[in-house]
Design a protein around this ligand. Structure first.
Ligand code: HEC
Ligand code: HEC
Ligand code: HEC
Length: 422
Protein backbone atom coordinates (compact mmCIF):
# COMPACT_ATOMS: atom_id res chain seq x y z
CA UNK A 1 0.00 0.00 0.00
CA UNK A 2 1.19 3.48 -0.74
CA UNK A 3 1.91 6.00 2.01
CA UNK A 4 -0.94 8.16 0.71
CA UNK A 5 -3.35 5.17 1.09
CA UNK A 6 -2.34 4.59 4.76
CA UNK A 7 -2.77 8.26 5.55
CA UNK A 8 -6.25 8.22 4.04
CA UNK A 9 -7.28 5.15 6.08
CA UNK A 10 -5.94 6.73 9.30
CA UNK A 11 -7.81 9.95 8.57
CA UNK A 12 -11.07 7.98 8.11
CA UNK A 13 -10.46 6.07 11.36
CA UNK A 14 -10.01 9.32 13.27
CA UNK A 15 -13.19 10.74 11.74
CA UNK A 16 -15.17 7.57 12.63
CA UNK A 17 -13.92 7.64 16.25
CA UNK A 18 -14.76 11.31 16.61
CA UNK A 19 -18.27 10.69 15.22
CA UNK A 20 -18.85 7.77 17.63
CA UNK A 21 -17.68 9.79 20.63
CA UNK A 22 -19.83 12.78 19.65
CA UNK A 23 -22.88 10.57 19.02
CA UNK A 24 -22.47 9.03 22.46
CA UNK A 25 -22.23 12.42 24.10
CA UNK A 26 -25.33 13.68 22.30
CA UNK A 27 -27.31 10.51 23.11
CA UNK A 28 -26.27 10.65 26.75
CA UNK A 29 -27.19 14.30 26.92
CA UNK A 30 -30.58 13.62 25.32
CA UNK A 31 -31.22 10.74 27.74
CA UNK A 32 -30.31 12.92 30.66
CA UNK A 33 -32.58 15.64 29.41
CA UNK A 34 -35.60 13.41 28.86
CA UNK A 35 -39.09 14.85 28.50
CA UNK A 36 -40.33 17.58 30.84
CA UNK A 37 -42.97 16.09 33.16
CA UNK A 38 -46.38 17.62 33.88
CA UNK A 39 -48.49 16.51 36.82
CA UNK A 40 -52.05 17.59 37.49
CA UNK A 41 -53.43 17.68 41.03
CA UNK A 42 -56.68 18.48 42.77
CA UNK A 43 -56.64 21.00 45.61
CA UNK A 44 -56.89 18.15 48.13
CA UNK A 45 -53.98 16.27 46.57
CA UNK A 46 -51.90 19.45 46.56
CA UNK A 47 -52.64 20.06 50.26
CA UNK A 48 -52.01 16.43 51.17
CA UNK A 49 -48.65 16.59 49.37
CA UNK A 50 -47.74 19.79 51.16
CA UNK A 51 -48.58 18.24 54.52
CA UNK A 52 -46.29 15.27 53.85
CA UNK A 53 -43.55 17.56 52.53
CA UNK A 54 -43.75 19.44 55.85
CA UNK A 55 -43.75 16.20 57.85
CA UNK A 56 -40.61 15.10 55.96
CA UNK A 57 -39.08 18.58 56.42
CA UNK A 58 -37.77 18.78 52.83
CA UNK A 59 -37.56 22.57 53.15
CA UNK A 60 -34.95 22.40 55.94
CA UNK A 61 -32.24 21.39 53.45
CA UNK A 62 -33.67 22.47 50.11
CA UNK A 63 -34.55 26.11 50.91
CA UNK A 64 -31.80 28.61 51.60
CA UNK A 65 -32.69 31.18 54.31
CA UNK A 66 -34.19 34.09 52.41
CA UNK A 67 -34.13 32.08 49.18
CA UNK A 68 -36.98 30.88 46.95
CA UNK A 69 -38.82 27.85 48.40
CA UNK A 70 -37.16 24.54 47.45
CA UNK A 71 -34.73 26.22 45.04
CA UNK A 72 -31.73 24.74 46.87
CA UNK A 73 -28.42 26.24 47.90
CA UNK A 74 -28.71 25.42 51.60
CA UNK A 75 -25.23 24.50 52.92
CA UNK A 76 -25.00 21.40 55.12
CA UNK A 77 -21.78 21.18 57.09
CA UNK A 78 -20.64 17.57 57.42
CA UNK A 79 -17.35 16.11 58.69
CA UNK A 80 -16.60 15.35 55.02
CA UNK A 81 -17.13 18.89 53.75
CA UNK A 82 -19.98 21.20 52.73
CA UNK A 83 -22.83 19.67 50.73
CA UNK A 84 -25.65 21.81 49.32
CA UNK A 85 -29.30 20.86 49.13
CA UNK A 86 -30.30 20.96 45.46
CA UNK A 87 -33.04 22.74 43.54
CA UNK A 88 -36.18 20.57 43.75
CA UNK A 89 -38.59 22.99 42.07
CA UNK A 90 -40.01 21.78 38.71
CA UNK A 91 -37.40 23.69 36.68
CA UNK A 92 -36.40 21.32 33.81
CA UNK A 93 -32.72 22.29 33.78
CA UNK A 94 -31.81 23.03 37.39
CA UNK A 95 -34.59 21.28 39.30
CA UNK A 96 -36.63 18.07 39.12
CA UNK A 97 -38.76 19.01 36.08
CA UNK A 98 -37.66 15.89 34.16
CA UNK A 99 -37.96 13.44 37.05
CA UNK A 100 -40.72 10.84 36.66
CA UNK A 101 -42.52 9.84 39.86
CA UNK A 102 -40.59 6.54 39.75
CA UNK A 103 -37.21 8.29 39.49
CA UNK A 104 -38.25 10.64 42.28
CA UNK A 105 -39.14 7.65 44.49
CA UNK A 106 -35.69 6.17 43.84
CA UNK A 107 -33.97 9.45 44.74
CA UNK A 108 -35.89 9.60 48.03
CA UNK A 109 -35.58 5.97 49.08
CA UNK A 110 -32.28 4.88 47.50
CA UNK A 111 -30.39 8.11 46.97
CA UNK A 112 -30.17 7.63 43.20
CA UNK A 113 -30.36 10.88 41.23
CA UNK A 114 -32.13 10.82 37.88
CA UNK A 115 -28.91 11.20 35.88
CA UNK A 116 -27.58 8.07 37.57
CA UNK A 117 -25.21 9.62 40.11
CA UNK A 118 -25.35 8.53 43.73
CA UNK A 119 -26.43 11.20 46.22
CA UNK A 120 -24.54 11.84 49.43
CA UNK A 121 -26.26 10.46 52.52
CA UNK A 122 -26.61 14.08 53.71
CA UNK A 123 -29.87 13.57 51.80
CA UNK A 124 -31.54 11.32 54.40
CA UNK A 125 -32.47 8.47 52.04
CA UNK A 126 -31.37 5.93 54.66
CA UNK A 127 -34.28 7.21 56.79
CA UNK A 128 -36.69 7.71 53.86
CA UNK A 129 -35.87 4.15 52.68
CA UNK A 130 -39.23 2.80 53.84
CA UNK A 131 -41.34 5.80 52.79
CA UNK A 132 -44.49 4.54 51.06
CA UNK A 133 -44.76 4.95 47.31
CA UNK A 134 -48.09 6.75 47.80
CA UNK A 135 -46.48 9.35 50.08
CA UNK A 136 -43.55 9.82 47.71
CA UNK A 137 -45.98 10.33 44.81
CA UNK A 138 -47.97 12.86 46.83
CA UNK A 139 -44.84 14.86 47.68
CA UNK A 140 -43.79 14.66 44.01
CA UNK A 141 -47.18 15.94 42.82
CA UNK A 142 -47.00 18.84 45.26
CA UNK A 143 -43.45 19.89 44.35
CA UNK A 144 -44.16 19.56 40.61
CA UNK A 145 -46.97 22.11 40.99
CA UNK A 146 -44.89 24.78 42.70
CA UNK A 147 -43.37 27.67 40.72
CA UNK A 148 -40.23 26.56 38.84
CA UNK A 149 -37.13 28.51 39.85
CA UNK A 150 -34.22 28.61 37.37
CA UNK A 151 -31.53 28.64 40.04
CA UNK A 152 -28.39 26.61 39.30
CA UNK A 153 -27.14 24.22 41.98
CA UNK A 154 -24.14 25.18 44.06
CA UNK A 155 -20.91 23.24 43.86
CA UNK A 156 -20.18 21.02 46.84
CA UNK A 157 -16.94 21.26 48.73
CA UNK A 158 -16.32 17.66 49.76
CA UNK A 159 -12.76 16.55 50.28
CA UNK A 160 -10.97 13.44 49.06
CA UNK A 161 -11.75 10.53 49.28
CA UNK A 162 -15.39 11.25 50.21
CA UNK A 163 -15.77 13.20 46.95
CA UNK A 164 -15.61 9.99 44.89
CA UNK A 165 -19.31 9.30 44.45
CA UNK A 166 -18.81 5.68 43.32
CA UNK A 167 -17.45 4.94 46.80
CA UNK A 168 -20.92 5.75 48.10
CA UNK A 169 -22.19 2.47 46.63
CA UNK A 170 -19.96 0.70 49.15
CA UNK A 171 -21.40 2.92 51.90
CA UNK A 172 -24.91 2.00 50.77
CA UNK A 173 -24.11 -1.73 50.83
CA UNK A 174 -22.86 -1.41 54.39
CA UNK A 175 -25.30 1.04 55.89
CA UNK A 176 -28.20 2.27 53.74
CA UNK A 177 -30.38 -0.85 53.85
CA UNK A 178 -30.36 -1.34 57.59
CA UNK A 179 -33.62 -1.40 59.49
CA UNK A 180 -33.91 1.30 62.17
CA UNK A 181 -34.64 -0.45 65.48
CA UNK A 182 -37.63 1.10 67.28
CA UNK A 183 -36.78 3.76 69.85
CA UNK A 184 -39.42 2.48 72.27
CA UNK A 185 -41.75 -0.46 72.64
CA UNK A 186 -45.36 -0.47 71.53
CA UNK A 187 -47.85 -2.01 69.15
CA UNK A 188 -50.85 0.36 69.09
CA UNK A 189 -51.98 1.97 65.85
CA UNK A 190 -50.86 5.36 67.21
CA UNK A 191 -47.46 3.99 68.08
CA UNK A 192 -47.02 2.60 64.55
CA UNK A 193 -48.10 5.84 62.94
CA UNK A 194 -45.67 7.62 65.27
CA UNK A 195 -42.84 5.33 64.27
CA UNK A 196 -43.40 6.18 60.61
CA UNK A 197 -43.62 9.91 61.36
CA UNK A 198 -40.53 9.97 63.60
CA UNK A 199 -38.17 7.45 62.00
CA UNK A 200 -39.11 7.77 58.32
CA UNK A 201 -40.71 11.13 57.46
CA UNK A 202 -39.31 13.19 60.37
CA UNK A 203 -35.90 11.44 60.14
CA UNK A 204 -35.35 12.52 63.77
CA UNK A 205 -32.59 9.95 64.24
CA UNK A 206 -30.43 11.67 61.61
CA UNK A 207 -29.64 14.20 64.36
CA UNK A 208 -30.55 12.43 67.61
CA UNK A 209 -28.67 9.16 66.95
CA UNK A 210 -24.86 9.26 67.32
CA UNK A 211 -22.75 8.61 64.19
CA UNK A 212 -19.75 6.40 63.49
CA UNK A 213 -16.49 7.29 61.74
CA UNK A 214 -17.99 6.83 58.25
CA UNK A 215 -20.95 9.06 59.05
CA UNK A 216 -23.28 6.09 59.53
CA UNK A 217 -25.91 6.12 62.27
CA UNK A 218 -25.01 3.94 65.26
CA UNK A 219 -28.28 2.04 65.23
CA UNK A 220 -27.50 0.11 68.40
CA UNK A 221 -27.74 3.49 70.19
CA UNK A 222 -30.68 4.93 68.34
CA UNK A 223 -31.99 8.31 69.67
CA UNK A 224 -29.48 8.37 72.55
CA UNK A 225 -28.22 11.81 71.54
CA UNK A 226 -25.47 13.31 69.39
CA UNK A 227 -23.09 15.95 70.74
CA UNK A 228 -21.18 16.06 67.46
CA UNK A 229 -23.76 18.00 65.47
CA UNK A 230 -23.83 21.78 65.14
CA UNK A 231 -23.49 24.37 67.89
CA UNK A 232 -26.08 22.58 70.02
CA UNK A 233 -26.04 18.88 70.91
CA UNK A 234 -29.13 16.81 70.11
CA UNK A 235 -30.24 15.36 73.46
CA UNK A 236 -31.14 11.77 74.30
CA UNK A 237 -34.81 11.36 73.31
CA UNK A 238 -35.27 7.69 74.22
CA UNK A 239 -38.15 7.07 76.68
CA UNK A 240 -35.61 6.67 79.51
CA UNK A 241 -33.70 9.83 78.55
CA UNK A 242 -36.87 11.92 78.24
CA UNK A 243 -38.35 10.65 81.51
CA UNK A 244 -35.09 11.30 83.36
CA UNK A 245 -35.36 14.97 82.35
CA UNK A 246 -39.00 15.14 83.40
CA UNK A 247 -40.83 15.04 80.05
CA UNK A 248 -44.38 13.73 79.78
CA UNK A 249 -46.54 13.34 76.68
CA UNK A 250 -48.37 16.67 77.07
CA UNK A 251 -45.16 18.69 77.41
CA UNK A 252 -43.59 16.94 74.43
CA UNK A 253 -46.64 17.65 72.31
CA UNK A 254 -46.54 21.32 73.27
CA UNK A 255 -42.82 21.49 72.51
CA UNK A 256 -43.24 19.92 69.05
CA UNK A 257 -46.26 22.13 68.30
CA UNK A 258 -44.84 25.47 69.49
CA UNK A 259 -41.14 25.09 70.28
CA UNK A 260 -41.86 26.01 73.89
CA UNK A 261 -42.94 24.10 76.94
CA UNK A 262 -42.48 23.93 80.67
CA UNK A 263 -39.41 21.75 80.10
CA UNK A 264 -37.51 23.62 77.40
CA UNK A 265 -37.55 25.96 74.45
CA UNK A 266 -36.30 24.75 71.08
CA UNK A 267 -33.25 26.52 69.72
CA UNK A 268 -30.92 26.30 66.76
CA UNK A 269 -31.49 23.29 64.49
CA UNK A 270 -34.43 22.06 66.56
CA UNK A 271 -36.13 25.43 66.18
CA UNK A 272 -35.97 24.93 62.40
CA UNK A 273 -37.44 21.43 62.75
CA UNK A 274 -40.32 22.83 64.81
CA UNK A 275 -40.86 25.87 62.59
CA UNK A 276 -40.85 24.09 59.24
CA UNK A 277 -42.16 20.71 60.22
CA UNK A 278 -43.65 19.63 63.56
CA UNK A 279 -45.57 22.89 64.24
CA UNK A 280 -47.47 22.24 61.00
CA UNK A 281 -48.65 18.74 61.90
CA UNK A 282 -52.15 17.79 63.08
CA UNK A 283 -52.80 17.15 66.76
CA UNK A 284 -53.49 13.55 65.89
CA UNK A 285 -50.06 13.11 64.33
CA UNK A 286 -48.32 14.93 67.20
CA UNK A 287 -50.01 12.58 69.65
CA UNK A 288 -48.82 9.64 67.53
CA UNK A 289 -45.25 11.00 67.62
CA UNK A 290 -45.20 11.46 71.38
CA UNK A 291 -46.75 8.00 71.81
CA UNK A 292 -43.89 6.56 69.80
CA UNK A 293 -41.19 8.64 71.52
CA UNK A 294 -42.33 7.57 75.00
CA UNK A 295 -43.66 4.11 74.08
CA UNK A 296 -47.13 2.66 74.59
CA UNK A 297 -46.35 2.47 78.31
CA UNK A 298 -44.72 5.84 78.95
CA UNK A 299 -42.28 5.86 81.87
CA UNK A 300 -43.19 8.21 84.73
CA UNK A 301 -41.37 11.55 84.40
CA UNK A 302 -38.75 11.86 87.10
CA UNK A 303 -39.45 14.47 89.76
CA UNK A 304 -36.48 16.30 91.26
CA UNK A 305 -36.05 18.18 94.46
CA UNK A 306 -35.13 21.85 94.06
CA UNK A 307 -32.07 22.42 96.18
CA UNK A 308 -32.73 25.82 97.81
CA UNK A 309 -30.00 25.48 100.39
CA UNK A 310 -27.00 25.89 98.13
CA UNK A 311 -26.32 29.49 97.41
CA UNK A 312 -24.20 32.25 98.93
CA UNK A 313 -21.14 32.61 96.77
CA UNK A 314 -19.86 34.07 93.50
CA UNK A 315 -22.05 31.80 91.31
CA UNK A 316 -25.20 32.85 93.11
CA UNK A 317 -24.14 36.48 92.76
CA UNK A 318 -23.65 35.98 88.99
CA UNK A 319 -27.16 34.57 88.83
CA UNK A 320 -28.72 37.49 90.68
CA UNK A 321 -26.69 40.08 88.78
CA UNK A 322 -27.06 38.68 85.27
CA UNK A 323 -29.97 36.28 85.07
CA UNK A 324 -32.57 36.84 87.77
CA UNK A 325 -33.89 40.04 86.15
CA UNK A 326 -35.42 37.89 83.43
CA UNK A 327 -35.59 34.39 84.89
CA UNK A 328 -36.76 35.45 88.37
CA UNK A 329 -35.15 35.18 91.80
CA UNK A 330 -36.39 31.61 92.13
CA UNK A 331 -35.79 30.70 88.50
CA UNK A 332 -39.54 30.76 87.96
CA UNK A 333 -39.35 32.81 84.76
CA UNK A 334 -41.64 35.62 83.61
CA UNK A 335 -44.53 34.85 81.22
CA UNK A 336 -43.75 36.03 77.65
CA UNK A 337 -40.36 37.34 78.82
CA UNK A 338 -38.22 34.41 79.86
CA UNK A 339 -38.71 30.70 80.45
CA UNK A 340 -38.66 29.02 83.84
CA UNK A 341 -35.37 27.40 84.73
CA UNK A 342 -36.90 25.27 87.47
CA UNK A 343 -36.71 21.62 86.41
CA UNK A 344 -35.72 22.85 82.94
CA UNK A 345 -34.47 20.05 80.71
CA UNK A 346 -31.32 21.93 79.69
CA UNK A 347 -30.20 21.90 83.35
CA UNK A 348 -30.83 18.18 83.68
CA UNK A 349 -28.81 16.68 80.85
CA UNK A 350 -25.84 14.55 81.87
CA UNK A 351 -23.79 16.61 79.42
CA UNK A 352 -23.90 20.38 80.23
CA UNK A 353 -23.10 21.21 76.55
CA UNK A 354 -26.38 22.98 75.67
CA UNK A 355 -26.58 24.91 78.96
CA UNK A 356 -23.05 26.27 78.52
CA UNK A 357 -23.74 27.23 74.89
CA UNK A 358 -26.93 29.09 75.92
CA UNK A 359 -24.98 31.07 78.55
CA UNK A 360 -22.08 31.89 76.19
CA UNK A 361 -24.03 32.66 73.00
CA UNK A 362 -27.46 33.73 74.25
CA UNK A 363 -30.58 32.91 72.24
CA UNK A 364 -32.25 34.76 69.36
CA UNK A 365 -35.84 36.00 69.48
CA UNK A 366 -38.19 33.08 69.34
CA UNK A 367 -40.86 33.95 66.84
CA UNK A 368 -43.55 31.70 65.37
CA UNK A 369 -46.65 32.97 63.61
CA UNK A 370 -49.68 32.94 65.89
CA UNK A 371 -47.74 32.10 69.02
CA UNK A 372 -46.75 34.37 71.88
CA UNK A 373 -43.37 35.85 71.21
CA UNK A 374 -40.42 35.20 73.53
CA UNK A 375 -37.77 37.92 73.63
CA UNK A 376 -34.10 37.22 72.98
CA UNK A 377 -31.49 36.41 75.59
CA UNK A 378 -28.10 38.13 75.50
CA UNK A 379 -24.92 36.03 75.48
CA UNK A 380 -22.48 36.31 78.37
CA UNK A 381 -19.22 35.19 76.73
CA UNK A 382 -17.70 38.65 77.27
CA UNK A 383 -18.94 39.10 80.86
CA UNK A 384 -17.90 35.79 82.38
CA UNK A 385 -14.62 33.86 82.10
CA UNK A 386 -14.46 30.07 81.84
CA UNK A 387 -14.28 29.53 85.59
CA UNK A 388 -17.25 31.84 86.21
CA UNK A 389 -19.39 30.15 83.54
CA UNK A 390 -18.48 26.72 84.94
CA UNK A 391 -19.37 27.82 88.49
CA UNK A 392 -22.66 29.38 87.38
CA UNK A 393 -23.62 26.31 85.32
CA UNK A 394 -22.77 24.03 88.26
CA UNK A 395 -24.84 26.19 90.61
CA UNK A 396 -27.85 26.26 88.23
CA UNK A 397 -27.76 22.49 87.75
CA UNK A 398 -27.69 21.90 91.50
CA UNK A 399 -30.20 24.60 92.37
CA UNK A 400 -32.86 23.90 89.70
CA UNK A 401 -31.84 20.72 87.87
CA UNK A 402 -31.11 18.06 90.46
CA UNK A 403 -27.63 17.50 88.99
CA UNK A 404 -24.77 17.32 91.46
CA UNK A 405 -21.81 16.80 89.14
CA UNK A 406 -19.66 19.91 88.64
CA UNK A 407 -19.24 21.49 85.19
CA UNK A 408 -15.54 21.76 84.37
CA UNK A 409 -13.68 24.83 83.16
CA UNK A 410 -12.23 22.72 80.35
CA UNK A 411 -15.72 21.96 79.02
CA UNK A 412 -16.49 25.70 78.91
CA UNK A 413 -13.15 26.48 77.25
CA UNK A 414 -13.81 23.97 74.45
CA UNK A 415 -17.25 25.39 73.74
CA UNK A 416 -15.94 28.97 73.84
CA UNK A 417 -13.19 28.09 71.35
CA UNK A 418 -15.59 26.37 68.96
CA UNK A 419 -17.86 29.44 68.95
CA UNK A 420 -16.51 30.98 65.78
CA UNK A 421 -16.71 27.73 63.86
CA UNK A 422 -20.48 27.79 63.81
C1 HEC B 1 -31.11 16.70 55.90
C2 HEC B 1 -31.14 17.39 54.63
C3 HEC B 1 -32.13 16.97 53.56
C4 HEC B 1 -33.47 16.71 53.70
C5 HEC B 1 -34.31 16.76 54.96
C6 HEC B 1 -33.95 16.41 52.37
N1 HEC B 1 -32.93 16.49 51.47
FE1 HEC B 1 -33.08 16.09 49.47
N2 HEC B 1 -31.08 16.38 49.27
C7 HEC B 1 -30.24 16.84 50.26
C8 HEC B 1 -28.92 17.03 49.72
C9 HEC B 1 -27.71 17.54 50.48
C10 HEC B 1 -28.99 16.67 48.35
C11 HEC B 1 -27.84 16.68 47.34
C12 HEC B 1 -26.95 15.52 47.65
C13 HEC B 1 -25.78 15.39 46.70
O1 HEC B 1 -25.39 16.39 46.07
O2 HEC B 1 -25.28 14.28 46.60
C14 HEC B 1 -30.36 16.25 48.11
C15 HEC B 1 -30.83 15.79 46.89
C16 HEC B 1 -32.16 15.55 46.60
C17 HEC B 1 -32.68 15.16 45.29
C18 HEC B 1 -31.86 14.93 44.03
C19 HEC B 1 -31.96 16.16 43.21
C20 HEC B 1 -31.08 16.22 41.99
O3 HEC B 1 -30.36 17.20 41.92
O4 HEC B 1 -31.12 15.34 41.15
C21 HEC B 1 -34.05 15.09 45.41
C22 HEC B 1 -35.05 14.75 44.32
C23 HEC B 1 -34.37 15.43 46.78
N3 HEC B 1 -33.22 15.68 47.47
C24 HEC B 1 -35.65 15.52 47.28
C25 HEC B 1 -35.96 15.68 48.62
C26 HEC B 1 -37.29 15.63 49.16
C27 HEC B 1 -38.54 15.49 48.33
C28 HEC B 1 -37.18 15.75 50.51
C29 HEC B 1 -38.27 15.63 51.54
C30 HEC B 1 -39.06 14.42 51.43
C31 HEC B 1 -35.77 15.92 50.81
N4 HEC B 1 -35.06 15.88 49.65
C32 HEC B 1 -35.27 16.11 52.09
C33 HEC B 1 -30.57 17.06 51.58
C34 HEC B 1 -31.80 16.83 52.14
C1 HEC C 1 -31.34 18.87 62.25
C2 HEC C 1 -31.14 18.16 63.49
C3 HEC C 1 -32.37 17.71 64.26
C4 HEC C 1 -33.45 17.01 63.81
C5 HEC C 1 -33.73 16.53 62.37
C6 HEC C 1 -34.31 16.80 64.94
N1 HEC C 1 -33.76 17.35 66.06
FE1 HEC C 1 -34.62 17.38 67.94
N2 HEC C 1 -33.08 18.51 68.61
C7 HEC C 1 -31.96 18.89 67.88
C8 HEC C 1 -31.13 19.73 68.72
C9 HEC C 1 -29.80 20.35 68.31
C10 HEC C 1 -31.78 19.86 69.97
C11 HEC C 1 -31.35 20.70 71.17
C12 HEC C 1 -31.95 22.07 71.01
C13 HEC C 1 -32.15 22.84 72.27
O1 HEC C 1 -31.70 22.43 73.34
O2 HEC C 1 -32.83 23.88 72.20
C14 HEC C 1 -33.01 19.08 69.86
C15 HEC C 1 -33.94 18.95 70.89
C16 HEC C 1 -35.06 18.12 70.86
C17 HEC C 1 -35.96 17.91 71.98
C18 HEC C 1 -35.86 18.57 73.35
C19 HEC C 1 -35.04 17.72 74.26
C20 HEC C 1 -34.75 18.41 75.56
O3 HEC C 1 -34.73 17.70 76.57
O4 HEC C 1 -34.52 19.63 75.59
C21 HEC C 1 -36.91 17.03 71.53
C22 HEC C 1 -38.07 16.48 72.35
C23 HEC C 1 -36.61 16.71 70.15
N3 HEC C 1 -35.47 17.40 69.78
C24 HEC C 1 -37.36 15.87 69.37
C25 HEC C 1 -37.16 15.70 68.00
C26 HEC C 1 -38.07 15.00 67.13
C27 HEC C 1 -39.33 14.29 67.56
C28 HEC C 1 -37.55 15.09 65.86
C29 HEC C 1 -38.12 14.57 64.56
C30 HEC C 1 -39.42 15.11 64.21
C31 HEC C 1 -36.33 15.85 65.95
N4 HEC C 1 -36.12 16.21 67.26
C32 HEC C 1 -35.53 16.14 64.87
C33 HEC C 1 -31.68 18.55 66.57
C34 HEC C 1 -32.57 17.92 65.69
C1 HEC D 1 -32.90 39.75 78.90
C2 HEC D 1 -33.51 38.61 79.53
C3 HEC D 1 -32.63 37.42 79.88
C4 HEC D 1 -31.49 37.39 80.63
C5 HEC D 1 -30.76 38.54 81.25
C6 HEC D 1 -31.10 35.99 80.70
N1 HEC D 1 -31.99 35.22 80.00
FE1 HEC D 1 -31.91 33.19 79.77
N2 HEC D 1 -33.47 33.28 78.49
C7 HEC D 1 -34.19 34.41 78.20
C8 HEC D 1 -35.20 34.07 77.22
C9 HEC D 1 -36.19 35.05 76.59
C10 HEC D 1 -35.05 32.70 76.93
C11 HEC D 1 -35.86 31.89 75.92
C12 HEC D 1 -35.33 32.16 74.53
C13 HEC D 1 -36.10 31.47 73.45
O1 HEC D 1 -37.31 31.61 73.40
O2 HEC D 1 -35.48 30.79 72.63
C14 HEC D 1 -33.95 32.23 77.77
C15 HEC D 1 -33.51 30.94 77.77
C16 HEC D 1 -32.54 30.44 78.63
C17 HEC D 1 -32.13 29.08 78.71
C18 HEC D 1 -32.62 27.95 77.82
C19 HEC D 1 -33.79 27.33 78.48
C20 HEC D 1 -34.44 26.27 77.65
O3 HEC D 1 -35.61 26.02 77.96
O4 HEC D 1 -33.85 25.69 76.75
C21 HEC D 1 -31.17 29.00 79.69
C22 HEC D 1 -30.46 27.75 80.14
C23 HEC D 1 -30.99 30.33 80.20
N3 HEC D 1 -31.85 31.19 79.54
C24 HEC D 1 -30.11 30.67 81.20
C25 HEC D 1 -29.78 31.97 81.53
C26 HEC D 1 -28.69 32.33 82.40
C27 HEC D 1 -27.82 31.34 83.13
C28 HEC D 1 -28.65 33.69 82.44
C29 HEC D 1 -27.65 34.57 83.17
C30 HEC D 1 -26.27 34.31 82.90
C31 HEC D 1 -29.72 34.18 81.58
N4 HEC D 1 -30.38 33.12 81.06
C32 HEC D 1 -30.00 35.53 81.39
C33 HEC D 1 -34.00 35.66 78.70
C34 HEC D 1 -32.94 36.06 79.49
Amino acid sequence: MTRVGIKRILAWLVIIIVVIVLANLVLGWLARRGPVQHVTVTTEQFQHGRYLTDAADCAACHTRPGGAPFAGGFPLETPFGTIHGTNITPDPDHGIGRYTSEEFFHALTRGEARDGHQLYPAMPYASYRTMSRADSDAIYAYLMNLPAVAQPNRKNDVHFPANIRTALHGWNLLFAGREIPPASSGASAQWKRGQYLVDVLGHCGECHTPRGALGQLKLDRTMTGNADLGRYAAPDITPAGLAARGWDAAMLREYLATGMSKRAVASDEMLTVVGLSTSRLSDEDLIAMTTYLLGDKAPAPKAIAMNARIGEGPAQRSYFNLCAGCHGNDGQGVPNVAVSLRENSSLREADPHNLVVAILDGLPVHDFPGIARMQDMPGFADDLDDAQVAALATWLRQRFGGQSEAVTEAAVRDLRQSRTKH
